[in-house]
Design a protein around this ligand. Structure first.
Ligand code: AMP
Ligand code: GLY
Length: 450
């Protein structure tokens, strides 16, 4: 580059960095609290508005909640336009799949999050499978059915274990890993019998993969794609990965199973081909592409699923380690200039998030119990991200299944895990439940901190 061009580029970059930004975050979970918290660490982020937010986002300085639904696109657009919001960041998949990005962009609002067409990568597993096949992205062999008898016959011909998936969005409940033919048959009947509504119009049946699951959340502007630190979630409710699946009971980053060599393969064999395949379909995908991967015993990455958004609770473990200002990255994605950004910078060390839930979750649970001890937990250096909480007459009460995500960082995993559990022990509410073994894969000190 010519010297003057370099100076101009530097000047434009500096000017951009100094411009004040107002961000609107759509969603109400721990992920959205973490996004708002990270954004507010930048002095130039003047204000974050969360729609509808939770008790945690209501309590942060320079942050406010706006009582609108995540699917109230008109209300969100109106607020963004009237208040000069620079960027809308969409947390959950439902509004993305319903076209919030298309709607807001039509109104001239800048959005971080894919269009409805791009969100199909999560909203239709059959669509995502076709894209992976076309792009030669490694994934389990699968077949798609619209007819129940044909699906049942296929399963009988394949045997077990086998994985049955509702095609559409089912709030994380549409997947059954069947170990008996009876379970498989029951799962097919449930999906096609309408248990998940239209999400079950098609069914994807795929081979069962073994290995360790890893979440790679990558930021993309539709051309360039850059992974964040790899994370591992704990999906089952019980210690030792037992019991039913949940939205996620805890996470840590950076997952050591993803070596730099493996990340390079994930980049070239999965992330880049996915973006190229989306572009081939005329989809200009700007947001997070979340690759849910199985690392097979041979060490190969296979895609279990793609999501069109940040993971929850992975985000709560990844963002505390991010050193680059988050709004710089999100704006660069939305403005399609991620390729001009310097490499994403990270703090050293490790982070662990322990999810604290209401007893009974993922089944039925009570709400409205007062929560105490958050200040004490934070005084120990942890960050407590709220998920299902509400501020009621200045008192914090439980308001969901996953209530809090208690995150701590440390020089090592052992210290991050110990710090997170020490903070959890300061917190109390009636019927509080959490897994005792978050991070068991990366822990070396077995003298229990929990
Ligand atoms: P998904 O909603 O596609 O992420 O699936 C939920 C969970 O089901 C995953 O996190 C895995 O634990 C499991 N799962 C999905 N697909 C497979 C597969 N092909 N092999 C083994 N486990 C799977
Ligand atoms: N932690 C799993 C998810 O966000 O889908």
């Amino acid at each position: 580059m010519h010297l003057t061009e370099q100076l101009v580029a530097h000047w434009v970059h500096e000017l951009r960095r100094k411009t004040i930004v107002k961000v609107l975050v759509v969603g109400s979970g721990g992920r959205e609290h973490a996004l708002a918290w990270k954004l507010l660490q930048s002095p130039r982020v003047q204000q974050v508005t969360c729609v509808p937010g939770n008790g945690g986002t209501a309590s942060m300085k320079r942050c406010q909640n706006l009582a609108l639904g995540v699917n109230d696109f008109e209300g969100i657009a109106r607020f963004a336009l009237v208040n000069g919001v620079s960027l809308v960041v969409v947390g959950p998949e439902v509004p993305l799949a319903a076209g919030i990005t298309d709607f807001l962009m039509d109104q001239g609002v800048m959005v971080f999050g894919p269009t409805r067409a791009g969100a199909q990568i999560e909203a239709s597993k059959a669509w995502a499978k076709e894209l992976m096949l076309e792009a030669r992205i490694p994934t389990a062999r699968s077949a798609v059915f619209r007819d129940e008898q044909a699906a049942q016959a296929y399963v009988r011909s394949q045997g077990v274990p086998i994985v049955i998936k509702a095609d559409g969005l089912a709030a994380g409940k549409g997947v059954t890993v069947a170990t008996t033919l009876a379970d498989a048959s029951e799962a097919i009947a449930a999906v096609m019998g309408g248990q998940f509504g239209e999400a079950g119009n098609q069914i994807v049946i795929e081979d069962c993969l073994t290995g360790q699951e890893v979440s790679v959340l990558a930021l993309t502007d539709g051309i360039t794609i850059r992974p964040l630190l790899p994370a591992q979630d704990h999906k089952r409710i019980g210690d030792g990965d037992t019991g039913p699946n949940t939205g996620g009971m805890g996470a840590y980053a950076p997952a050591p199973i993803v070596t730099p060599e493996l990340m390079e393969r994930i980049q070239t064999e999965i992330l880049e081909p996915a973006i190229a395949a989306l572009r081939k379909r005329d989809i200009d995908y700007r947001g997070v592409l979340y690759a849910g991967l199985m690392i097979t015993p041979a060490g190969d990455p296979q895609v279990i699923e793609f999501n069109c958004r940040f993971g929850d609770p992975e985000t709560q473990a990844v963002l505390p380690l991010l050193d680059t200002p988050l709004e710089d990255l999100l704006l660069a994605c939305a403005q399609q200039r991620l390729g001009d950004m310097p490499p994403i910078a990270w703090k050293p060390g490790a982070a662990t998030c322990v999810v604290v839930a209401a007893d009974g979750y993922p089944g039925s649970y009570q709400k409205g119990h007062p929560i105490t001890g958050i200040d004490a937990a934070e005084a120990q250096g942890a960050v407590v991200f709220h998920a299902g909480t509400q501020l009621k007459q200045q008192a914090l009460v439980t308001d969901g299944g996953r209530v809090l995500g208690v995150t701590a960082v440390g020089e090592t995993f052992d210290s991050a895990i110990a710090n997170a559990y020490a903070a959890v022990h300061s917190i109390h509410f009636d019927g509080m439940y959490y897994r005792q073994d978050i991070g068991y894969r990366v822990k070396t000190v077995q003298s229990d901190s929990s």
